[in-house]
Design a protein around this ligand. Structure first.
Ligand code: PBG
Length: 327
């Protein structure tokens, strides 16, 4: 009936060069952030069994990794610390001589402003019970006490040179408290990328090996979001915007692409998504068995996260993806 010729969508797919030219989404190394584990008191990097290609780093090896990240053109690195000793309060998190401040200073002096340095802010790596802050008599995380700790952590990281702090504890009011605390300490220039919609996820399993942040008992479902909820994510996003977040993060990424899109369409702030340990480990494990092409699956994962609306992706595959930016 139509007088138009039949649609020929295959013309622009015919050759690799055509596909490359007309691609709507590209993975640029500058939009990738590499999560990094630094462990107090080790001399050599220690591989993380459940995350092939990922290691816990010493201060020396994390500096070498930062130089590699600069050479690869990565946007930045986000640091997680593993302290030598833990206590009920998680006081190692705000120790100015702690492993994250030490790493921040060492990396900054090695690479200057060539990399954006992010510090994750949570207490789960620093408490002896593994929860995200001090507990009440019923073993629930005390919201405001945890937030007070996060403010001390964030100021310690800012003092050590962090450009970005990323509160991941999912306590109510954490973004506003961090903004007030950072400003009061003279760190008006330090940005907050809020883990706005962070779900209580089974995909964090390998991270808890890497960060040695497994819980002695219980789980995080009392403060992280329920996988069933998308409307609630809007409320989390809106609150973090109102509290002064500079950018919004969704985590995990692939199982929550609807939430990434939601954040992109609802707010004008930059959107980051965290392609988490389990998402990475699944691809690596299947590839090791020869069941999938790991490089392609990793690229497709991160490309899809960006297509859904993420401006920035935190991924353990950042260096691999940056080295092969053929697409
Ligand atoms: C909390 C934190 C976690 C991750 C990032 N920050 C773990 C958790 O909430 O239990 C997980 C990241 C990943 O799985 O790669 N500090």
């Amino acid at each position: 009936m139509s007088s138009f010729p039949a649609a020929r969508l295959r013309r622009l797919r015919r050759t690799p060069a055509l596909r490359r030219t007309f691609a709507e989404t590209r993975i640029h190394p500058a939009a990738l952030v590499l999560p990094v584990f630094v462990k107090e008191g080790i001399e050599q990097p220690s591989p993380v069994g459940s995350m092939p290609g990922v290691s816990q780093h010493s201060i020396t090896s994390v500096v070498a990794l930062a130089r590699e990240a600069v050479a690869a053109g990565l946007g930045g690195m986000i640091l997680f610390g593993i302290p030598a000793t833990k206590d009920a309060e998680g006081s190692g998190g705000w120790d100015p001589a702690g492993v994250v401040p030490e790493a921040l200073r060492a990396i900054r002096s090695a690479v200057g402003d060539e990399l954006v340095l992010w510090a994750d802010v949570c207490q789960c790596e620093y408490t002896d019970h593994g929860h995200c802050g001090p507990l009440d008599a019923d073993d629930r995380v005390r919201n405001d006490a945890a937030v007070a700790g996060y403010v001390r952590d964030a100021v310690a990281y800012a003092d050590a040179g962090a450009d970005v702090v990323a509160p991941s504890g999912m306590m109510d009011g954490q973004v506003a408290a961090l903004r007030t605390g950072l400003d009061a300490a003279g760190h008006e220039g330090v940005a907050i990328v809020a883990y706005a919609a962070k779900y209580a996820s089974a995909f964090y399993g390998p991270f808890r090996d890497a960060a040695e942040s497994g819980m002695v008992g219980g789980d995080r479902a009392g403060h992280q979001m329920d996988a069933a909820n998308r409307r609630e994510a809007r409320r989390e996003l809106d609150l973090d915007v109102a509290e002064g977040a500079d950018a919004l993060m969704i985590k995990p990424a692939l199982p929550y692409l609807d939430v990434v899109l939601e954040a992109r369409e609802r707010h004008d702030l930059p959107v980051a998504a965290y392609h988490v340990s389990g998402e990475y480990a699944m691809v690596k494990a299947a590839a090791e068995r020869g069941w999938i092409d790991g490089e392609r699956a990793m690229r497709e994962s991160v490309l899809s996260i960006m297509r859904a609306g993420a401006d920035v992706v935190l991924t353990y595959a950042a260096l691999d993806l940056a080295r092969d930016s053929s697409r």
